[in-house]
Design a protein around this ligand. Sequence first.
Ligand code: PMP
Length: 369
Amino acid sequence: MHPWISQRAGSFDSSGIRKVFDLAAQLTDPINLSIGQPDFDVPREVKAAAIEAIESGKNAYSPTQGIAPLREALKKEVSAKFPHHGDRDLFISSGTSGGLVLSMLSMINAGDEVIYLDPFFVMYPALVRMCGGVTVPIDSYPDFRLDADKIAAAITPRTKMILMNSPANPTGVTASRSALKAVAELAADKNIALVSDEIYSRFHYDEEFVSPAEFNDQTIVIDGFSKSHAMTGWRVGYVHGPSEIIAAMLKLQQYSFVCAPQPSQWGALRAMEIQLQGHIDDYRRKRDLIMDGLSDRYEITKPGGAFYVFPKAPIASGAAFVEEAISRGLLIIPGNIFSDRDTHFRISFAAPDETLHRGIELLREMAKR
Ligand code: PMP
């Protein structure tokens, strides 16, 4: 390692995902089921609002906490959802990722333990280590269910945070209302920070979305427009939680991200008025298409949300299976990027139907042996 590189930067590695993208770059016309963003484009009205913002000179820094109209609109939505939460403040972050970074920086001291489910979103362990924290992954195989008893058993005097993600990346699994309630109450009882990454909240197919904040008014909720409105490159997220925590996060935002891009925030304000139901219904249908196509050949948990499925590979190593799939033109992601285990792989069904059909056909063939 180069002598200038900090222990912080050396404390995690991103070579796994890079290897997949290097292999992918060699493919012509791949069947691409690897993308973590919707396959529809940003709604036209949202583009128009951002263009109008740029052309009318809204190109400077915004306030650290975000432009007032967006913040007010989101606050209104949040207080309607949680009318009994008195002390809840909200700010606009630079994507959900920005909110995650700031929640770690504002709450994690060296040696603090952070509990989250394995499989996990790739950023979680990296961010915990970046802040000198200790990762405490909870094995959730084979059905990836949130189990409050397993979380309770992992709590120690050093536990500082429980980081939740329902619907989850990479499994698409949604936590039940009763499990969310149990974990939310556990966190409250033990005075542990509960952070809920709700970026897939609108992609919820079978039941109504439930936030753990419903059961714990100290929950820090992180959400954003990246997935819901296909705005991953626009970098607009938001965080709401107890006002003292939000103030600490804003102090850190002021000296790091500064603010979310101002034109994107005007786009996001317009995005709040857009009906998403058509897209959600379409993704529910795509979820069913994948499940119908693969569940007789693969061990696979039906996802209740997001746009991922996480089947078990038919050979011992998920990574070896993915390498073979890529060599045959199918782009999927090995499970060991999201897990301490190397047994599964991630499919994203945010893709055109034709691509899904080609992927299913090849995966069915690869399962036969
Ligand atoms: N959380 C999860 C669970 C995600 O899957 C992603 C994106 N892949 C993010 C956060 C980051 O999203 P954003 O673009 O808002 O930073």
